[in-house]
Design a binder for this molecule. Sequence first.
Ligand code: FAD
Length: 386
Amino acid sequence: MPRIAFPPPPASDATEALRAEVRDFLKTELADRPPRLRAESWNGFDRAFSRRMGARGWIAMTWPKRYGGNERSALERYVVLEEMLAAGAPVAAHWIADRQSGPLLLKNGTEEQRRSILPRIASGDCTFCIGMSEPDSGSDLAAVRTRAVPVPKGDGGGWRVNGTKLWTTYAHHAQYMILFCRTDGGAEDRQGGTSQLLVDLSTPGITIRPILDLSGAHHFNEVVFEDVLLPEDALIGQRGDGWTQVMGELAFERSGPDRFLSSMALLTELVRALGPSPSGHAAVAVGRLVGHLIVLRRLSRSVAGMLDKGENPTLQASLVKDLGALFEQEIPEIARQLVEAEPDLDSTRDFSAVLAHTVMNAPAFSLRGGTREILRGIIARGLGLR
Ligand SMILES: Cc1cc2nc3c(=O)[nH]c(=O)nc-3n(C[C@H](O)[C@H](O)[C@H](O)COP(=O)(O)OP(=O)(O)OC[C@H]3O[C@@H](n4cnc5c(N)ncnc54)[C@H](O)[C@@H]3O)c2cc1C
């Protein structure tokens, strides 16, 4: 059976000064942020906070300076990400663009797209959303039905888009969407004939409707396209290359520390609630969780190193996301066994409020960015088992 390689991540000594700087910044910035809000992890949306991060050069850290980036290493970027997530900083306004839409444009976008948009992402002014899932196309992304049809030059040129996207996180705050759609052929062509388009969400014909999650919060949306006209240069990369591009994008989406740190606020509250002298049983349970955390971090940093070298570690990223989601979902289960408390979003007891938030969000951890079954299918294929 083939082995899945996780090469050692790059050495980290040079990053400790940066880590101290980030911790200092967060200590002041988050001084008044209660644990219940910290539990939102990367779903916390605060444009002003993102701008302050941009001013520090902590968004778009690895991108070329000519596009507003800072030409720092992938590992330095990783340090900033993990500190932000561990502290529960509200990073949603720039998170998706920094993680995947910006790198996609950097790799496959036109020079004009890069010059006009990347600096705005870097300054924290520009939010992106991901237009992949549809009502009948989630796991089976190749069944995508939203269609962009070329408009003849005589009629003004460009693309006419019709279709519906679903579960689109933060479309209601975003300026742009990366739209995955069909530009040629039919459903029978599967992955062939798909492309990615850059969509300015203020274009006429686009309707964004809210969908509330289990806790009643508004993160995701339905986005409907009705005869939406996009310019010719909205195309990202080559027409028909959508599938290859989207798979590259998913490697960025699946491997980062956001895939195992979603329940960190609860782990922190659990340790606080157990106090300085936990029972032997509780100490063992927390020790196991921390052991898993350390291994996940090692695997995830290895994937960051591979991405930095321009490799496409789809298989490794799938493994990190699957193991990461198991870990994130295990924390509320274990916390409930170790501490007696009713989950209650409105509780003044931090543990109860954070527990309630995490319990209601945990089912999504193994759905968003690819479900458990789909990831395991990819892993099985990579191991030659199917
Ligand atoms: C919090 C959250 C945020 C999201 N944000 C976005 C976003 O911003 N943009 C976006 O495009 N999408 C987003 N999504 C959608 C997400 O990508 C999809 O929910 C996911 O891909 C699953 O698709 P589906 O919901 O259509 O479920 P389905 O694909 O219908 O799957 C239903 C069940 O069937 C199983 N299943 C399906 N096919 C197979 C198979 N071949 N073998 C075995 N089992 C299978 C699945 O594992 C799952 O358990 C988000 C989802 C969540 C929960």
